[in-house]
Design a binder for this molecule. Structure first.
Ligand code: NDP
Length: 279
């Protein structure tokens, strides 16, 4: 029987995950279906339950449900517990096991695809939503020097800092403090602000030879990466590579082997370039 997988989000129609997992499945010779399921916050728990009832074997969870799904999991991996956010659920009997592959995906993209060394960097993390929670533990594990978390709603930055439990390395500040924070060697935009009015950031945030990463990709990443260019960041990377790498980690949790990612990444990147050229 074809195994059932899905991505749950709101909105989710734009998600590239069905395309990525279909490509991995073809490459690895795995028989699966993977669909996008739209679920508003009030319908989310019922949608997960219904998916389980029809034999769903696993799913990705995306914006805005990554923190909400934690309560529906009977067990959490260590990294999901530290993040307080889940992006991958795996069927465990009648229950769900929750994991988080976002951080591994980001670090793999930066260190393996782009060959960048994250160790010792002073890092600014913009945002404290599900994606920020997913990547923060992995950035610490990758050996960054310090992590400064700034979020529009400061209480969420404080909650993330408390969950990370490394008071010497993790600091929180207000958006209004940005001009006085000095320069960072890695700036990660984990907000969804690029889908709206964007962020207002001072150029002083970029240290010499700084790396800027937007977890968003496509149009949503344009304004932050344009700011990073103007601020002098030498490396500017969008979230497409992370998307493919976190999907590969989820695939490995479900199917026991990690697919090669270069061909899928190259195809999506070429398609994104073609779309921008066609504008
Ligand atoms: P959430 O809804 O959980 O969090 C959104 C975050 O953005 C919050 O910190 C929120 O602040 C902040 N924010 C939203 N609008 C603004 C604004 N106008 N100004 C300042 N801050 C704002 O979303 P996720 O964390 O799940 O996703 C964030 C982004 O990361 C999305 O663009 C998503 O596509 C991308 N992403 C990419 C992945 C990849 O694999 N490449 C994986 C996961 C996410 P507040 O708390 O104040 O509301």
């Amino acid at each position: 029987m074809t195994a059932k997988y899905a991505v749950f989000g709101h909105p989710v129609a734009h998600s590239l995950s069905p395309r990525i997992h279909a490509a991995f499945a073809r490459q690895e010779g795995v028989d699966l279906s993977y669909v996008a399921i739209e679920a508003a916050p009030e319908d989310f728990a019922a949608a997960i339950h219904a998916f389980g009832a029809v034999g769903g074997a696993g799913a990705n969870i995306t914006l805005p449900h990554k923190e909400r799904v934690v309560a529906l999991c009977s067990q959490l991996s260590d990294r999901a517990r530290r993040a307080g956010a889940v992006n991958t659920i795996v069927r465990a009997g009648a229950a769900w096991h929750g994991d988080n592959t976002d951080g591994l995906g980001l670090v793999h993209d930066l260190t393996e695809r782009h060959r960048l060394d994250l160790r010792g960097r002073r890092v600014l993390l913009l945002g404290a939503g599900g994606a920020a929670r997913g990547v923060a533990p992995s950035l610490l594990d990758a050996g960054v020097d310090s992590l400064w978390i700034v979020n529009r709603s400061p209480e969420k930055a404080d909650a993330l800092s408390d969950a990370l439990g490394e008071p010497g390395r993790v600091h929180t500040r207000y958006l209004a403090d940005l001009p006085s924070l000095g320069g960072f060697e890695l700036i990660v935009n984990a907000t969804s602000a690029g889908r709206g009015d964007g962020l207002s950031l001072p150029f002083s945030l970029a240290a010499p030879r700084s790396l800027a990463v937007d977890l968003s990709y496509g149009e949503a990443a344009i304004s932050f990466l344009a700011w990073a260019g103007a601020a002098g960041c030498v490396h500017r990377i969008d979230g497409l590579g992370m998307l493919v790498e976190q999907a590969a980690e989820s695939f490995a949790l479900w199917h026991g082997r990690r697919p090669a990612t270069d061909a899928v990444y190259a195809e999506l990147a070429a398609r994104a370039d073609a779309l921008q050229t066609a504008d």
